[in-house]
Design a protein around this ligand. Structure first.
Ligand code: PRP
Length: 183
């Protein structure tokens, strides 16, 4: 069944639809389950943006797993990264000697993830890998090693499926491009 999705008024067009998102997450889950076979992992969900992606991805991963959450912010309500990553909530458990998989919604400048990787590396995990839903390399300021990537994006302002516009639109079931008059 293929129902037409009603677009939010701020959205110019759908870039990645709900079915495509889910299909890619299943593929990522299979690859991750294969790579970590016989191991246990801690999924570190980077709030707020990665909450939907993490909730679907964790169900597609078939190795023993725990979950923890970190809330960071560098954009506030702006569309430009401030360059200063603020930790609003830290992990609740130690990651020492654990296999950590950071789950993030998007890499834009790369500042957020490179900062998170640095502070988590200092806590002596057994390993750290990164799984990102969307990678937008055109704006990259800080290189980040990405182990698993859902989609490579052009330089467009996207929202939905966790990604926000001034805190709104995270609930859209698709990833869409914001109309220029709203940017
Ligand atoms: C967004 C997004 C990533 C980060 C990516 O977070 O969720 O964490 O920006 O951008 P970067 O590669 O330029 O650093 P934001 O700071 O908007 O917080 P949020 O997750 O609560 O939306």
């Amino acid at each position: 069944m293929c129902e037409k999705i009603a677009l939010a008024p701020e959205i110019e067009r759908i870039l990645i639809g709900p079915e495509e998102i889910q299909k890619r997450i299943i593929e990522l889950g299979k690859t991750i389950s294969h790579d970590y076979k016989g191991e246990e992992i801690i999924l570190v969900c980077i709030l707020k943006g990665a909450f939907l992606f993490t909730s679907d991805l964790c169900r597609a991963i078939e190795v023993p797993q725990k979950m923890d959450f970190m809330a960071v912010s560098s954009y506030g309500d702006s569309t430009q990264s401030s360059g200063i990553v603020k930790i609003e909530k830290d992990l609740s458990e130690s990651i020492e000697n654990k296999h950590v998989l950071i789950v993030e919604d998007i890499i834009d400048s790369g500042l957020t993830l490179s900062y998170i990787q640095k502070i988590l590396r200092d806590r002596n995990p057994a390993s750290i890998k990164v799984c990102v839903l969307c990678n937008k390399p055109s704006n990259l300021q800080q290189h980040v090693k990405v182990d698993y990537c859902g989609f490579l994006l052009e330089d467009e302002f996207v929202v939905g499926y966790g990604l926000d516009f001034k805190g709104y639109l995270r609930n859209l079931p698709y990833i869409g491009v914001v109309k220029s008059e709203f940017r």
